[in-house]
Design a protein around this ligand. Sequence first.
Ligand code: ZN
Length: 158
Amino acid sequence: MSPELEELYQEVILDHSRRPRNFGDLADAAVLVHGDNPACGDEIHLGVRFGEGGNVQDIKFTGRGCAISQASASLMTTKLKGKSPAEAMEMFRVFHDLVTGETDDAPRMLGDLRLMQGVRKFPQRVKCAMLAWRAIEQALQQSAGESTISTETDFVAP
Ligand code: ZN
């Protein structure tokens, strides 16, 4: 395995892909977003329940696909619980900038998500890493109901 691949598939990422956290159906979800990454064959089904002020009260996902897509979703759910919509969108933004290489400065708020930085060396994998984040972006925009997103289409705000 090349040093780049070793960095990409670090232990934490493999652990999250094998034993994803917050995995399952969220029975009383306010929003359900189905995310699809046809480039790799990844899919994510993200359920979110909002609390006071629109805070992310609970978040769960199911799905299947490559280790990067599932680990990114798992890590994301552990980080977003209790976050306000503004905090969640800020995390979306800094995570996006990190995996696309727009910044080398990985904020502490990302925690273990910083390990996904290696993805930037593999452009095809950026979509895998961003899939769950595209789903939460959509969930925050609509705050109720069900929808579908794809990494192959740019999200257009309603
Ligand atoms: Zn993938």
